[in-house]
Design a protein around this ligand. Structure first.
Ligand code: SF4
Ligand code: SF4
Length: 518
């Protein structure tokens, strides 16, 4: 006899992606039309934008006199001669640790800024933010503010729309070309390269670089905008790990904003306690990322604070305190929410955060400079400063005259007809100043030894002088020979000492002299 089968419960679940319900892999972009706003953060952003763009476009045109033997461009990446010039600093390939150190400093600086003030880099100084802002200035100047742009976008094609669109895209392309052009000026003498570019005689790689940067600037700044931050940039994901409850982020203070209402008078007449948010959506309309910060912290938020400016304007018009949207820490937010909910025992009541006079209570937590100074930011600052000081020390104490020596390996030594033993060396003299100088190379140790230099018309001796061109390395083939009677083992050490008698700079290299078993 068959056992009765157990009852199996049927769960109420549907596949989110199946043959019947196929989700598209690509979601079309919904256009964002950020509204122009005014306020202290917008003004600060204008300032940062002007300074960063001026630095980018003008730096290659700054001159810095380094004498007749070095380029006079203040900032130059001279790939052909493998040099990097930055005002009074000249970096050789061997000194690339300086650039690596600067990158480490930039990393610590980014950690420091992020832990202190959240994604300030994203909101104010990131090139993507700056160029999108610049492209938006052009767009607003030609097509108008948010409502006019929405209307134009929805309108059918007409001569008027075509003219506006062509003008906008032409200016965007001009900015993109200027951006690509400015980049290559960092890699060659800017005035000369400009003439070459215009006359069509520049290297093909110069035109190719301008083309690539033009296309990327136009696409990222004009067409893709917020999508670059949301989908392409890894920083929003990384920065989440660097924030803690004391980091400043743009915050909707719902402990004073909720319940929101567009009908405050009606609600007040009905005796309802309302928050400060009048649900005007001004904060949403100005957001370049197209989000509503009242939904809480979001990956898309670049903390540009334009929503704070918009909301402050609304609060000013309503005669209420600014700061419904503000830079705040999670710790402060929680403390103020505890006040609004009487320690979490009741639902948030905005009347609890106000005193008898109707003003916000003075004991509410708010941002101050002391919030930024805390152990985590101090550790980042200490690490940043330490790397900076080490770099400065390295920069100020680095040698401008160097010698490097390579011992011949095959053969390691040669026996000469008179019984003496000879070793060969490749000696590299590095003159790192933009002036020619005469370098004296001397043998120190091996008292009976003498050296001869291939190509130098001079009898074997214990010292010789050689001219090294400015900012150049000179490679010499040097033979050191010792009489058999002076050989004191299979390996003897000695030093090549190099000196510039006029500047008293010197360097030395300890080398081995090898000989066969006696
Ligand atoms: S929510 Fe505010 S701070 Fe965040 S991106 Fe939008 S406007 Fe900027
Ligand atoms: S701007 Fe201020 S008042 Fe208006 S919806 Fe945004 S948070 Fe509310």
């Amino acid at each position: 006899m068959l056992e009765p089968s157990p009852t199996i419960e049927r769960l109420d679940a549907q596949p989110v992606n199946s043959a019947k319900v196929r989700q598209p892999l690509y979601a079309p972009r919904r256009k964002i039309f950020p509204k122009r706003t005014q306020g202290r953060f917008r003004s600060f952003k204008w300032l940062v934008m002007a300074v960063t763009l001026a630095i980018y476009y003008l730096t290659p045109w700054l001159r810095w006199h380094r004498g007749p033997y070095a380029p006079d461009q203040a900032v130059l990446v001279d790939l052909a001669n493998r040099r990097f010039y930055f005002f009074f600093v000249e970096i050789w390939p061997q000194e690339f640790w300086l650039v690596a150190g600067l990158l480490v400093m930039a990393g610590f600086g980014l950690f420091l800024v992020t832990s202190a003030v959240g994604r300030a880099w994203c909101g104010y100084a990131c090139p993507q933010t700056v160029w999108v802002d610049l492209f938006l200035v052009v767009e607003r100047a030609i097509e108008g503010d948010r409502n006019a742009r929405i209307k134009l976008d929805a309108a059918t094609w007409s001569t008027h729309k075509l003219v506006l669109r062509i003008t906008k895209h032409a200016i965007w392309l001009a900015i993109a070309v200027a951006t690509g052009g400015a980049w290559i000026f960092y890699f060659a003498d800017a005035p000369t390269l400009l003439v070459d570019l215009v006359s069509g005689t520049a290297a093909p790689v110069a035109y190719l670089t301008v083309l690539v940067l033009t296309v990327t600037t136009y696409a990222f700044g004009g067409l893709m905008r917020e999508q670059v931050c949301t989908y392409m940039c890894p920083w929003p994901r990384i920065q989440a790990a660097m924030l803690d409850e004391h980091s400043l982020t743009v915050t909707y203070n719902d402990w004073r904003g909720e319940p929101r209402s567009r009908h405050a008078k009606k609600a007040a007449a009905a005796g309802k306690s309302l928050g400060d948010c009048v649900d005007c959506n001004a904060c949403v309309a100005v957001c370049p990322m197209g989000i509503d910060i009242r939904d809480g912290q979001q990956l898309e938020c670049i903390t540009c604070a334009l929503c704070i400016d918009a909301c402050d304007g609304v609060m000013d018009r309503l005669g209420r305190e600014r700061g419904l949207l503000s830079y705040a820490t999670l710790a402060d937010y929680n403390a103020n929410m505890a006040v609004a909910t009487a320690g979490g025992t009741v639902a948030p009541d905005p009347s609890r955060v106000r005193g008898a006079d109707g003003r916000l209570r003075p004991d509410l937590a708010h941002v101050g400079p002391r919030k930024v100074v805390r152990p985590r930011t101090l550790v980042y600052f200490a690490a940043w400063s330490l790397v900076g000081l080490l770099l400065l020390y390295g920069l100020l104490s680095r040698d401008r005259l160097e010698v490097n020596v390579l011992h011949d390996r095959n053969p390691q030594y040669v026996g000469l007809a008179d019984g003496s033993i000879r070793n060969g060396y490749t000696v590299k003299l590095l003159n790192k100043i933009p002036e020619p100088r005469t370098i004296v190379v001397t043998l120190q140790g091996l008292p009976e030894a003498e050296m001869s230099v291939v190509g130098l018309d001079q009898p074997a001796d214990r010292a010789f002088a050689v001219r090294v061109e400015p900012d150049r390395q000179k490679t010499l083939k040097v033979y050191v020979a010792q009489p058999a009677a002076a050989i004191a083992g299979t390996v003897q050490t000695f030093r090549f000492v190099v000196e510039d008698k006029s500047s008293f700079e010197s360097d030395s290299y300890t080398a081995n002299f090898e000989a066969p078993q006696p």
